[in-house]
Design a protein around this ligand. Sequence first.
Ligand code: AMP
Length: 211
Amino acid sequence: MRLVLVGPPGAGKGTQATLLAAHYKIPHISTGDIFRANLKSGTELGLQAKSYMDKGELVPDSVTNAMVKDRLTHADTESGFLLDGFPRNVAQAEVLRAFLGERSRPLDAVVEFAIDNGEIIKRLSSRRTCKSCGKIFAGNLDKCDSCGGDLYQRDDDREEVIARRLEVYAEQTAPIVSFYRTEGLLITISALGAVSSITESALRALSSKVN
Ligand code: AMP
């Protein structure tokens, strides 16, 4: 299964990505997580990405595309993959289509998580992330219930950065929804409701689409 998840920040993409990747036994490839891991370990890639991430802007395509192409050549992607946070604009979507097309491994489906801006702002400003395992929590908690790690608020979950990330989504990322609709790959799921029922809706829609 080769999947892309699309949705504005705060739609629950990361949470659903983890669950769907585990269900299909495919690697979960989150470009945001790769950038954050590089930032934490102080690599050149992390340094290149930092100023853009701090402002809620997209990291340049040249950097991001090279990173994703490299990741997609790892052996664990042979049985499929789930991309979370990539592509983020039409140019990236075209690069991905060409890259997979050359390898005769086209995407099977693209899942869009739909949610309105008011709900996003509410969710993101109370979102906390585990420093150790990356698990995401809603609300002002301070310890992770899975690994006991400390929870923190991502720098780019501050209110002023959230506003810019939403603008960037509307201007640059939302157009890929029409791109994938035209390709016949798009599935749209409401991002409201319990985590488990959103996962079930996605799995149901994917099974009818892919089989
Ligand atoms: P995320 O964790 O997906 O919300 O990504 C966090 C930040 O990483 C974004 O606000 C961007 O600065 C950067 N980023 C993640 N994915 C991409 C991408 N596909 N293209 C450009 N920048 C990205």
